[in-house]
Design a protein around this ligand. Structure first.
Ligand code: BG6
Length: 489
């Protein structure tokens, strides 16, 4: 049984309260935490946005969201208690002269934390924070939550960080990367540092290379407008994949406090080798999905979905990255992410070196591999060599020691936002990004985008529904005599 420790009473204001994020993630996450008894009933959840809506209409909207996105039946008696906490306010939060008193009237004026969740476009983070400051709402224990992407490049990220930082203290700013809230991602720390088995081997002497894959079967859907200005690099690589890389590559922190963890992650980002134009074509691949078949259904290509034949935005990126430090010298990190691939799966593959002496014959498998499956079918597999049973010679097979989370823990897997929202209330910053982390990541990503431009790296096309994306991504590893891991290969 999971144990849930209730948090203290809090007030939460969601700007963009009727938007997609609020509907799909935040409201269902809050409802789940409430059902588990973690949110005290005298907390306040206020949704704010420009559209005019009554409290009643918003509660109906929230009920639909919870019905559709919690994956559970919403019982009327539970809902009746939950909806009492909900209210709605129509306002332009970027306007310092808006009726902020109306919002203040919805909040409870005691020493409880007040959390402002900005589920809006990053372009208006600073104006909203300035307006909050002017309205006197950034004082005391006020906290602000920022969704990724924080900016579109280093310059805009710095401007956001400076603007928000002029109103809120750094330790009251929660920069969300929802991958850090995933159970399996948090488990990376425990797996690496809670076991004595791995750490002595976790370096260039034992590890040949590491692969990080985040593959999605969905296309860009109704987010085409945003996505076309972002692409896979800004949408996924700058944040989710680099965060995974940090957790895999970082040195052991002295403790699991926010600052110790974040300091170690920043060191990894600092050590990332900038991508130079002269290597860009050889060490990176960018591509766009064309039409194809996903899950038995014919789907449109990116350009058709966008209705713009000129877009060069990448929906897939693969890169051979290097962490230039003592531990990881000459160990490539192959990262890839793409939309409209064959399936949705995210995993990290740690490929160990071959045994130094092939005593069972050259053609026999003889290297270990650790697969950390982040989603779906969360778990860890350690491939070891064993003798195939039976007489008639000594044949070696590589088979996994299998730790399946579903079999080991019969629990519902909480969504990342459930954990992250409760951490904001608790004031635990460990799973949120510090200012320098975001800026370091942008600096590296800006370098990659510049290198693509300078070297005129082509945008390849792949048919939607392919397992590995474009053939060029396969070549990226083949040129090093390696292959992407895919189950059952
Ligand atoms: C978001 C990206 O941050 O992560 C989306 O903006 C992407 O484009 C999503 O689909 C993937 O998250 P998950 O949790 O479904 O792997």
């Amino acid at each position: 049984m999971a144990k849930f420790i209730p948090v203290d009473t809090f007030d939460l204001v969601i700007f963009g309260g009727t938007g997609d994020l609020s509907q799909r993630k935040l409201l269902p996450a809050l409802y789940h935490r409430f059902l588990d008894g973690q949110i005290p009933e005298d907390s306040r959840l206020v949704a704010a946005s420009r559209s005019t809506m009554s409290n009643k209409a918003f509660r109906e909207f929230a009920l639909e969201a919870c019905k559709n996105f919690t994956g559970e039946t919403v019982e009327p008696e539970d809902w009746a208690k939950f909806e009492k906490m909900l209210s709605y306010i129509s306002m332009d939060a970027t306007d310092p002269d808006a009726d902020w008193d109306k919002l203040k009237a919805q909040l409870v004026d005691d020493d409880r934390p007040t959390i402002f969740y900005l589920a809006v476009t990053p372009k208006i983070y600073v104006p909203i924070c300035e307006a909050l400051g002017k309205a006197g709402l950034s004082k005391g224990d006020a906290r602000v939550v920022l969704e990724k992407p924080i900016g579109t490049d280093l310059e805009s990220a710095r401007a956001i960080n400076a603007g928000v930082g002029a109103v809120f203290r750094e330790d009251h700013i929660y920069r969300i990367d929802h991958y850090l809230g995933k159970e399996t991602v948090q488990n990376l720390l425990v797996l690496r540092f809670g076991n004595t088995l791995f750490e002595p081997l976790w370096n260039r002497t034992a590890i040949d290379h590491i692969q990080i894959t985040v593959s999605e079967d969905v296309g860009v859907g109704d987010r085409a407008g945003y996505y076309d200005s972002a692409g896979a690099v800004r949408d996924m690589l700058q944040n989710h994949l680099l965060q995974l890389l940090c957790l895999i590559a970082m040195e052991p922190p002295n403790s699991v406090t926010a600052d110790e963890i974040r300091t170690e992650k920043i060191k990894v980002l600092n050590a990332l080798r900038p991508v130079e134009a002269k290597c860009a074509a050889q060490e990176t691949v960018r591509a766009q999905y064309g039409p194809g078949t996903v899950d038995g259904k014919q789907v449109k290509g990116y350009l058709e979905e966008l209705d713009n034949q000129d877009s060069k935005t990448e929906t897939f990126v693969a890169i051979k990255a290097w962490v230039d430090n003592w531990r990881w010298a000459r160990v490539p990190f192959y990262l890839r992410t793409g939309k409209r691939m064959r399936s949705r799966h995210s995993e990290i593959v740690v490929q160990f070196r071959e045994a130094p002496h092939a005593m069972f014959g050259e053609e026999q498998a003889h290297s270990n591999r650790l697969i950390i499956r982040l989603q779906p079918d969360e778990g860890v597999q350690l491939y070891v060599q064993i003798k195939e049973p039976g007489p008639g010679g000594l044949r070696v097979q590589s088979l996994p020691l299998n730790l399946s989370y579903a079999e080991s823990f019969q629990l519902r897997y909480p969504d990342a936002y459930e954990r992250l929202l409760m951490d904001v209330v608790r004031g635990n910053l460990s799973l949120f990004m510090r200012r320098e982390e975001v800026e370091e990541a942008w600096e590296w990503v800006d370098g990659l985008l510049d290198a693509w431009q300078d070297a005129k790296v082509p945008v390849y096309t792949y048919s939607a529904g392919l397992e590995d994306g474009p053939v060029e991504a396969r070549m990226l590893l083949r040129q090093d005599e390696r292959d992407w891991w895919s189950n059952g290969k």
